[in-house]
Structures are given as C-alpha cells and as structure tokens.
Design a binder for this molecule. Structure first.
Ligand SMILES: Nc1ncnc2c1ncn2[C@@H]1O[C@H](COP(=O)(O)OP(=O)(O)O)[C@@H](O)[C@H]1O
Ligand SMILES: [Mg+2]
Length: 407
C-alpha cells in the first residue's frame, strides 16, 4: 500500500509554511505514521490543512481554477495567505510501497496577469538508485507550461533513457494528468492513482438520513448523504459477508442489539436498528446523530477497496464522549491491518486524543503573526516525558500543557 511520508504546505490560508513528517528538504523528519491526529484550538488551521489535501485532489481532477473557485474556497485570492505574493506551494513525499524509493511531488500555483490561477511549477523527483543515492533527480518537471518527462523508469544517467519534451495546451491542468494513463510512465500513473484515491470525510448525520434513489455506490461520499447507496452496494457485492458486517458493527454501538436490512419494492434498502429495550426497530431516518455517525464510520472501515488515505474531520461532533476512545482504537486497527489506509483525523476531543501516542499527534497553533505552526507531540520533550510516566495525552492537553492554545 502506498504511504504518504510527509507533506509541506506553503501559503495556503493561515498555513504560511508547515511541514508534517519527512520530505526531501526536511530529511530529519520522521515519516508519517498510519494513524495521525491534528489537534488545536478553533481557528488554528485544522480545517485548512484538511482542505489543502482536498484541494490537491480537486486540482488533479478538475484543474486549478475550478479547484480554487469551489464555493467553500472562494477563489485564489482568498486561499493564498494574506500579505504573501509567492505562489501557493505543496510538496508530497511518498512511497509506492515499503521497498520502493521515495518520490516527491511539488506543485506551485500562482495567479496570472489575466487574473486566473495556473500551474507555475510542477515536479516529480525520486532518489537515484545505488550509491549515487544522495541526490534526487526530476523525472517530470514543468515550468510555466513547458516541461519534460523521462520515459519508463530511466534516469538521465542511464543508457537508453529517453527525455520527452512537451508543452501544455492548458496551464490550469496539472501536467501529471497528461501522463496518468500512459503505460510508459508507471510512476506518474501510480502517483496520480494514489492522489485520486484519497477520501476526505466530513460526515453530516442529517444528510445520511435521506433515503436517496436506489442505486449502489461503491464508496461512502464526503458528507455521507449516499449512506443508503453505499449500504446497498456492500449488500449486493457481498451478500453473505454483509450480515456478518452488520452484526459486528451492532456489537460496537452501545445500546444496539442488532441491525437488519429490509429490501423495498423500489430496490432501496431500509436499515432496521434494534435498540435494547424497544420492541419495534428504529429506521435509519430516526437514528440519533451519534449512532448514525458511529455506524457510518464503522461501515466505512468495511469498505473492501479502501482508499489509500482517509482524512476525517472532527469525528467527535454528535458522538458521546465514551464512544471516542473506542472509535480511535477502531481507526488504529483499521489503519494497521494489511492493506489498511493511512488515517488522518482532526479533532478537539481530549477523549479521542487520550487513545493516541505522542508520535501520532500534531499540535497546530496560530502565532501572534496570524500564521499557523505545527509540532509533533513526541518532539516536545516534556510531553514525551509525561506520557512515559503514564499521563495520557488528552488530559495533558486539557490541562493546557501543550502551549498557549486552549482545547
Ligand atoms: N488567506 C488567508 N490568509 C491568512 N489566514 C487565513 C486565510 N484564510 C483564512 N485564514 C485564517 O485561518 C483561520 C481558519 O482556520 P480553520 O482551518 O478554519 O481553523 P480550525 O479548523 O482549526 O478551526 C482563521 O483564523 C482565518 O482568519
Ligand atoms: Mg475547523
């Protein structure tokens, strides 16, 4: 399974310059773990960080202008850090699998004299093989619409290496989209497949109460409003496994004895939750926010074709605090299973954070200058020492040991 080892974001809202994990420039960083959480007070930039990840995916699928102009983003000028004239910049450092050499993808987006955002620079780099391994080399690089790509896995040092020059017709589209279906470019194909596969969730229980038109859908979407369609897909693809999945999930939701499904004439699938103490079942429409949310997360973790990277914003909203610890444990189990995804959670729930280790937690803070900075809890010696003494991270955070921010 591909794995993101680090990310650097510059000039994206309050994120003037933040690095998480390891990158080519920040070699001393520790690669990102399978489960990680970003914590911090309101307004410190948690949602911006998650949205920066979504923005990259949107740039890839829809081009940079459409990505900037999405309603919740409001255009390039609102996205770029106030007072800055540099481009918005990203670097992703990732490995296709544990044996492969790391690849770094950098992207810069600037605004043209016509007032439209465009890709001003884009580059894919990989470390050289063997002993000259120190320096990375670029196998795809584009500046202002003109660039090159090396065919196959060749480098400029190897015989038979073929450098292809090209010019982009549309500078709002990422250069990697030109090669993401070319068999000669396995690394570009793998990277864009990885990025396209990211799944970001901001679950809105009310939307999941809808019973949309029948029709199976392979994955749960961002706000969860296709929960019923996703349920239908799982049931149809894996009829035998599905009952087992439902009973496993029922055991994990306090108060629920069993979950059944009932096909409707129009093809939709109605979910029945049997609540302890009630003879009549509840249906999906009548479930409490918390139960529905817990159900959706647990079902997400049953996706047979899991996304390689999953970002979850504030899972605590609407959940009883006693469910947060168990939920964190489920996420960790899911992330660490064979082929499991990397899971990034933003949260301000101390009970969730109590389940995590200092190597899994990043603290985001906004400084006096209005810019956010981030530090891994394990890199703060007093926090690591207190954790080693048996004090849980959430309680440390709650009692304000993490700096000036309030929970
Ligand atoms: N273009 C920008 N430049 C600088 N700061 C920005 C920009 N856009 C938004 N912000 C700031 O970012 C903060 C919002 O961060 P957000 O990601 O919503 O925080 P959180 O999710 O942690 O509550 C606000 O304080 C806002 O002023
Ligand atoms: Mg937020």
């Amino acid at each position: 399974m591909a794995r993101l080892e680090g990310i650097r974001i510059q000039n994206y809202r309050a994120l003037r310059d933040v690095t998480l994990g390891k990158t080519f420039e920040h070699r001393t960083g520790t690669p990102l773990p399978k489960l990680m959480a970003i914590i911090g007070p309101n307004g410190c930039g948690k949602s911006s960080l998650m949205d920066a990840l979504g923005f990259l995916g949107d740039c890839l699928t829809s081009g940079v202008e459409v990505a900037c102009d999405m309603p919740h983003r409001g255009g390039f000028d609102r996205l770029r850090t106030r007072g800055v004239s540099e481009p918005i910049k990203f670097e992703l450092y990732y490995r296709e699998n544990s044996d492969s050499r790391p690849i770094s993808y950098s992207l810069q987006i600037d605004i043209g004299s016509d007032g439209l955002p465009f890709v001003s620079h884009e580059r894919l780099r990989q470390r050289r093989r063997g002993q000259s391994a120190g320096q990375p080399y670029s196998f795809l690089e584009i500046s202002d619409g003109t660039g090159f790509v090396w065919a196959g896995e060749a480098t400029e040092l190897e015989e038979g290496g073929r450098k292809i020059l090209f010019r982009l017709a549309d500078r709002q589209r990422l250069g990697i989209t030109s090669y993401d279906n070319v068999a000669d470019q396995p690394r570009v194909v793998a990277f864009s497949t990885f990025l396209k596969g990211w799944y970001l969730s901001y679950f809105v229980p009310n939307r999941a109460r809808d019973m949309p038109m029948a029709g199976a859908q392979k994955h749960l979407n961002r706000e969860g409003d296709n929960l019923a369609n996703y349920v239908q897909f799982l049931q149809r693809q894996h009829p035998r496994r599905f009952d087992e999945v439902l009973s496993r999930i029922a055991q994990k939701i306090p108060g629920i004895v069993s979950i059944k499904h009932e096909p409707q004439k129009d093809g939709r699938l109605l979910l029945q939750f049997n609540d302890r103490g009630y003879v009549d079942p509840f249906y999906q429409q009548d479930m409490s926010d918390g139960t529905l949310k817990m159900f959706a997360y647990l079902l997400l973790m049953e996706d047979p074709e899991s996304a390689p990277f999953i970002g979850i914003e504030e899972p605590e909203n609407g959940l009883h605090h006693q469910l947060l610890g168990p939920l964190a444990q489920e996420f960790r189990k899911y992330a660490n299973q064979a082929g499991g995804p990397q899971v990034l959670v933003t949260t301000h729930a101390p009970y969730f954070v109590d389940e995590l280790t200092p190597s899994e937690v990043w603290i985001l803070e906004k400084g006096e200058d209005g810019f956010s900075s981030v530090v891994r809890a394990a890199d703060i010696p007093t926090i690591q020492a207190m954790y080693d003494e048996g004090i849980m991270l959430g309680s440390m955070w709650f009692s304000n040991h993490f700096g000036r921010g309030n929970p």
